[in-house]
Design a protein around this ligand. Structure first.
Ligand SMILES: Nc1ncnc2c1ncn2[C@@H]1O[C@H](COP(=O)(O)OP(=O)(O)OP(=O)(O)O)[C@@H](O)[C@H]1O
Ligand SMILES: [Mg+2]
Length: 311
């Protein structure tokens, strides 16, 4: 069942098309990734979905509430984690969360309780009475996430929540997103980091120059490239005859030997691996190491646009 529907959204600034006819759907309970390089239009789209920017044309609905027609309805059920930190530097973390809770119409008691729960969730209870100004970038981001969750949204919209922070905070954030999703929250996760989107997302839309150039599950996107997985095996004692035998294995498209390295190409690298290893054992070839390279989203992006995701 879909909970988010985006229909042909366009946004022009002066003469510049920042978002150029974007459509997609997000199903209830999924983590949907929006992957794209700098300037792709991710934040503009995020701004429109969170009702901070009006689209030039098109519309989107969150749980059947239109961002154009019913922004108040959308704001009640959508949690937004903006790319830029939206916290008061001269208040403590606890005070910030209480303040934002009250802004979301929580009662004083409720706002206090939610602040405590969320401080615990982001692992900052111990530091809650320090001023935001004195926080590291990663800690600020974690409080920023807590702030977006105060009103128990059904859908969470995150715009590059891990840019420019330490690896520990980054991992903490990624794990938090997984946990929240396991508890039933639907997430739209914007990033230009392929690994994050690969780790988190059920389905992904790849965005470039205001347009969605491909969308689907990770497997579907890899199929766009159509290239094989490569199984690279470092061996001792292999002959051309043995390698020729490997090509007889179902789903193996090619096998080649170069010095002490065999490359086996297959659409389904992981599935054929056992048969390949068994055949080499049978021919008494000693295996030193095995490595599988699958086409990743970086390759998909390169294939579709002719450029790298990060330059
Ligand atoms: N307020 C604005 N006025 C004019 N142009 C804008 C405005 N906001 C964004 N743009 C332009 O729209 C395009 C998309 O920008 P946007 O910030 O949405 O990209 P992004 O994918 O979020 O990039 P990043 O990864 O750098 O955050 C860019 O070319 C940007 O310069
Ligand atoms: Mg952005």
């Amino acid at each position: 069942m879909k909970i988010v529907e985006v229909v042909d959204i366009k946004k022009t600034f002066d003469n510049k098309m920042a978002v150029d006819g974007v459509s997609f759907e997000v199903k209830k309970g999924e983590i949907f990734g929006l992957l794209g390089p700098n300037g792709a239009g991710k934040s503009t789209l995020t701004g429109i979905l969170s009702c901070l920017l009006a689209p030039t044309s098109g519309d989107a609905s969150i749980d059947n509430k239109s961002v154009v027609g019913n922004p108040m309805g959308v704001k009640k059920i959508l949690g937004v984690i903006p790319q830029d930190i939206a916290l008061y530097p001269t208040l403590t973390a606890r005070e910030n969360l209480y303040f934002w809770g009250r802004m979301y119409d929580l009662s004083a008691v409720e706002a206090r309780a939610r602040a405590e729960d969320l401080l615990k969730m982001v692992g900052l209870t111990d530091r809650a009475d320090e001023l935001i100004d004195t926080y590291s970038g990663g800690m600020k981001r974690r409080i920023n996430i807590a702030a977006g969750l105060l009103h128990r949204p059904k859908v969470l919209l995150m715009d590059e929540p891990t840019v420019g922070i330490d690896p520990q905070s980054r991992n903490h954030i990624l794990e938090t997103v997984k946990t929240l999703n396991n508890q039933g929250l639907t997430v739209i996760y914007t990033s230009h980091y392929m690994e994050e989107v690969e780790f988190l997302c059920d389905r992904i839309a790849i965005m470039d120059q205001g347009k969605i150039i491909a969308q689907g599950t990770q497997d579907e996107l890899r199929q766009v490239v159509g290239s094989d997985d490569v199984i690279r095996i470092n061996v001792v004692g292999a002959t051309e005859d043995t390698v020729a035998e490997l090509t007889q294995i179902p789903l193996v498209s090619k096998a080649s030997l170069k010095e002490n390295e065999i490359d086996v190409l297959s659409k389904k690298g992981r599935s054929v691996l056992a048969d390949v290893v068994a055949k080499l054992n049978e021919r008494e070839v000693k295996i030193n190491s095995v490595e599988i390279q699958e086409p990743d989203l970086e390759v998909v992006f390169l294939h579709l646009t002719g450029k790298n995701l990060r330059d």
